[in-house]
Write a protein of this length. Sequence first.
Length: 132
Amino acid sequence: MSEHHHINAPARGEPLTEGRVGARVRVPLSGAPSAAWSRLMTGHLTASLVGHGPVGHLRCSGSVQGAEIVLEGVEDAEAERLGDALREAVDAANRAAERIANAAKPGNMDQAHADRVAADLGMADQGAAPAA
């Protein structure tokens, strides 16, 4: 089974120290992702933001911290676009993690074939027997 995460609560904003640009935004995830999933999500997010002018102060490196995505330098002008890009990046990371998990564990037969083999045992009418 592949790793799957989703955004499970509204984002929270925090002011940064004086002299810095934008806000720190924390986006809660459904759990703490692995380092591999975090890299997938960050890569997709970075790729989707390339060429968008208002993300000049955004820091994406190390953006997954525990069970949160933490972005620093989020400015007013980029917030809406960033929200869309973030949702897309989480979905893309989930799809990529699933492809990787499936590729890593090729089966010797499909599920329907395995079910037919099990049915051929003729145990469909057997109930759970008490242990002796």
